[in-house]
Design a protein around this ligand. Structure first.
Ligand code: P6P
Length: 340
């Protein structure tokens, strides 16, 4: 790995922003506030096994999924850490039905923050890596007033920054502001995110595929053919691929980003839109992976070009190594031709 000078996240963000003439430094401060929230959530996640924080609150979130206390903590921490900075006009969380208004006592800013506070939380009790995902837009509603639903349902191509924090054997923050994708590892000794993975480039072709094969029966015929293709032997194209599926999107995509791989959460006959949310999971991950030289589509169209209709909209996603995503798109297209 390229030797990196001792670069903190704060310094990296400022240096990145200095590349953009007219940058006011507001985005830098916003990302800095996000990194503070990440440190606090990391502390709680890493001691969840000790505290009584594990276990269900007994409540259900907007999607009817049982909510773990850590989900609630992470959501509350993100809101509290971000609402007072004066950089945001509005927020939206995967854990909350409606958009989150900035309290009147705080200054209204020009950015919009969408986040999944703790993705993969059903894995908390098994100590599996989980993560926070965030996506930042510039507001489209008039300055000075409170942000709107329209601010929160912009196409992914309008993102100004996106990132995730993975709480695993170490805590890492991976982000892009449109000039490459960069990874920082939290040094717990002095609580700083240090640049460990500058300008990540994901392999164009891989030998790893990630999908919940328990849904095989319900898949599109083209997808069934593609998975069978990956399992056939062909040394020239490094087949059979290895199946790697953690069931935590941040963990699966992080591994594939570094090693190469394709992650798939497709539509199926039971879930015509798939499972993962466009605004909180798919768009930020698509921005990150594309900036690392990868590809992200819904099987037919670039994820970031999908026009959101609803805040919590779900979309199918095929994301990762560019050549692998293009291959599955081809299988789907060909099978649609034969099927129609
Ligand atoms: P399944 C976790 O609940 C999550 O939202 C993603 O992190 C993960 O990729 C997916 O759902 C796993 O879903 O249906 O395979 O358990």
């Amino acid at each position: 790995m390229e030797q990196t000078q001792f670069m903190t996240l704060a310094r990296h963000i400022i240096e990145e922003q200095s590349k953009y003439p007219g940058a006011t430094g507001e985005l830098s401060k916003l990302l800095h506030d996000l990194s503070l929230a990440a440190k606090v959530i990391s502390l709680e996640v890493n001691k969840a096994g000790l505290a009584d924080i594990i276990g269900f609150t007994g409540d259900n979130n907007v999607h009817g999924e049982q909510v773990k206390k850590l989900d609630v903590f992470a959501h509350d921490m993100m809101v509290r850490a971000m609402e007072h900075g004066g950089h945001l006009s509005v927020m939206a969380s995967e854990e909350e039905e409606d958009i989150i208004r900035i309290p009147n006592k705080f200054k209204i800013g020009k950015y919009v923050l969408l986040f999944d506070p703790l993705d993969g939380s059903s894995n908390i009790d098994a100590n599996v890596s989980i993560g926070t995902i965030f996506s930042i837009y510039r507001r489209v509603s008039p300055d000075g007033s409170h942000g709107t639903m329209e601010d929160c349902t912009q196409q992914g191509i309008k993102q100004v920054a996106a990132g995730y924090v993975i709480y695993g054997s170490s805590t890492m923050l991976v982000y892009t502001a449109g000039a490459g994708t960069h990874g920082f590892t939290l040094d717990p000794a002095f609580g700083e995110f240090i640049l460990s993975h500058p300008n990540i480039q994901t392999p164009k072709k891989s030998k790893i595929y990630s999908i919940n094969e328990g849904n095989y029966l319900y898949w599109h015929p083209g997808l069934k053919k593609y998975i069978k293709y990956l399992q056939d032997e062909d040394k020239a194209s490094k087949r059979p691929y290895s199946a790697r599926y953690i069931g935590s999107m941040v963990a699966d995509i992080h591994r594939n980003l570094l090693y190469g791989g394709i992650f798939m959460y497709p539509a199926d006959s039971r879930n015509p839109d798939g499972k993962l949310r466009l605004q909180y999971e798919c768009n930020p991950m698509a921005f990150i992976v594309e900036q690392a030289g990868g590809r992200a589509s819904n099987g037919k169209q670039r994820v970031m070009e999908i026009k959101p209709e609803k805040l919590h909209q779900r979309v199918p996603i095929f994301i990762g190594s560019e050549e692998d995503v293009k291959t599955v798109e081809k299988f789907i297209a060909e099978s649609e031709v034969t099927v129609s």
